[in-house]
Write a protein that binds this ligand. Structure first.
Ligand code: XMP
Length: 510
């Protein structure tokens, strides 16, 4: 299979580069510069290499460098921003450390003829974000583009198929960025562009069938999209040797536990153990009101439940995790303040005896995971679901968690989701759910006074969940949802809509 190596030097757009290449139907793999050698690159038969950008200056003592032999490996290279400067530096060119002037944002670009710029007009707009630039290209390279303040906006040694661009072709603001990447990947590297998610699924299944032959493999299934897709993929590879454990903590949405069991066990044929641990979790959570404490309790209890199950299963060889690419990136950051301690199955490796962890979706973005899920035959309603937090409804029941409040929340939440899914607003909110507040208010029903719960509806639009805005749901849709909730759900006397963005609020109420 043709594949491109995206050699990561720490830039902010690195995920985007891989994504753009995959959009051209060419598989791209991101590997940190420190994680691979030139010999390994040769052995893995990459069709091309893209050096990413990065925050450093090539002359910094600790800036990331790479073995210059990579330029003589006979594999086409494209360096972007820092990657371009690195190519120049490796070849003996001169980089200018601009002290004060940096070029940032949309910039007019003039290109000369070059295989990289095939079909790109002489003048267009590109996206720049840099301080340093190449002053003198190395011997054998020519300058192929300039901007008003950058004398070498692109360089090329077409004979060796080595190219560099100071601007960012992966960013949509670069008018012909897609064409430039396509020229590199398809024309220069010769990738046919026939990679699809079905190729990914097929080749992964074949790979794991061989790699995990005869091994006992365990997967903690949360019911979410990522672990479900990872589990089905491995099930197709090794069948019954994959044991899936689904811990139902009783904090799932209406009918969700049963749906997960039905689809995974009956429809997909997984070797699935469902642990009904609702009582255990509720007992541990009794009287607890503090959000972080709820999260910690759920995380710990999850591990305790798993520990009990693991005793029966015995030693396993391999543990499967549904890690996806954004998780890998997020966990790499590390110094951001902890706003909420996100719960996942991270504690499992400490309690289970195993030899190896396998993460089949580690290189994929969320929408690619969903596409693989569909390829594998997982029903659309399961793979297209909106994100749902690990601690589940516990962080949507404000104050103490009781069976009554959980029950009310499940019903109200199901109604709200149903109304939105059946409305003209369908597909426009990225996450939408109900919250049961700890506030009772007076109402009137028939001729009688009521004193019931206040349910809040929350719907957000967002690209990455780091920031979000409240969804502008038309009033008549909200009115219908509110009417149904107060009519159909006992003990709710008031419904409110949350009109706060993130920041300052968060998506979840706790
Ligand atoms: P916040 O509330 O932090 O939510 O703005 C951002 C996204 O993360 C989800 N979320 C969680 N996911 N465990 C999870 O697996 C958690 O503890 C957790 N808390 C929030 C939230 O649903 C939203 O999609």
């Amino acid at each position: 299979m043709e594949k491109i190596l995206v050699l990561d030097f720490g830039g902010q757009y690195n995920q985007l580069i891989a994504r753009r290449v995959r959009e051209l139907n060419v598989y791209a793999e991101i590997i940190p510069y420190s994680g691979i050698t030139v010999d390994e690159i040769k052995n893995r038969e990459y069709s091309g290499i893209i050096f990413t950008g990065g925050p450093n200056s090539v002359y910094d003592e600790n800036s990331p460098h790479f073995d210059p032999a990579v330029l003589d490996a006979g594999i086409p290279v494209l360096g972007i921003c820092y990657g371009c400067q690195l190519i120049a530096y490796m070849g003996g060119g001169e980089i200018c450390q601009a002290q004060s002037i940096s070029e940032y944002g949309k910039t007019d670009l003039t290109v000369r003829q070059s295989p990289l710029f095939e079909g790109v007009p002489g003048n267009s707009v590109c996206w720049m974000s840099h301080t340093d630039y190449v002053k003198t290209p190395p011997a054998g390279f020519e300058i192929t583009a300039v901007t008003g303040s950058c004398p070498c906006a692109a360089l090329a040694d077409s004979g060796r198929k080595i190219y560099g661009v100071q601007f960012h072709p992966e960013v949509t603001h670069t008018e012909y960025g897609g064409l430039i990447l396509s020229n590199f990947v398809k024309n220069i590297c010769g990738c046919p562009g026939d990679w699809t998610m079905s190729n990914f699924a097929e080749s992964s299944i074949a790979k794991y069938r061989e790699k995990l032959a005869g091994k006992k493999v365990l997967c903690a299934l949360s019911g979410g999209v990522d672990s479900s897709v990872a589990a089905v993929l491995l099930h197709k590879a090794i069948g019954e040797n994959l044991i899936c454990v689904f811990v139902d903590h009783g904090l799932l949405r209406k009918d969700e536990g049963d749906m997960v069991e039905r689809v995974m066990k009956n429809e997909m044929g997984l070797n699935l153990i469902r642990v009904n641990a609702q009582e255990r979790f509720l007992n541990k959570l009794a009287g607890v009101t503090e959000p972080e404490k709820k999260r910690k309790i759920i995380g710990e209890e999850f591990i305790r439940v798993f520990e009990d199950v693991a005793k029966d299963i015995g030693k396993v060889d391999v543990l499967v995790q549904g890690t996806i690419y954004p998780d890998v990136i997020e966990s790499g950051k590390g110094d951001a303040a902890v706003i909420k301690s996100h719960h996942n199955v991270g504690g499992l490796p400490d309690i289970i005896e195993f030899e190896e962890i396998v993460e089949p979706l580690r290189d994929l973005f969320k929408d690619e995971v969903r596409a693989v899920g569909r390829q594998l035959g997982i029903p659309g309603y399961l793979v297209s679901r909106q994100p749902f937090p690990g601690p589940g409804l516990a962080i949507r029941v404000i104050g103490e968690i009781t069976r009554e409040k959980l029950e009310i929340l499940r019903e109200a939440d199901a109604i709200f989701r149903e109304e939105l899914d059946n409305s003209s607003f369908r597909g426009q909110a990225n996450q939408y759910f109900a919250v049961i507040t700890d506030c009772r208010t007076v109402g009137v029903m028939g001729d009688a006074r009521t004193y019931g719960y206040t349910v809040a509806l929350r719907a957000v639009t967002t690209d990455d969940f780091m920031t979000a805005d409240f969804a502008r749901i038309p009033f008549d849709i909200l009115a219908k949802a509110s009417g149904r909730i107060t009519n159909e759900v006992r003990a709710v006397s008031r419904v409110v809509y949350d009109v706060t963005a993130k920041p300052p609020a968060t998506v979840e109420w706790e």
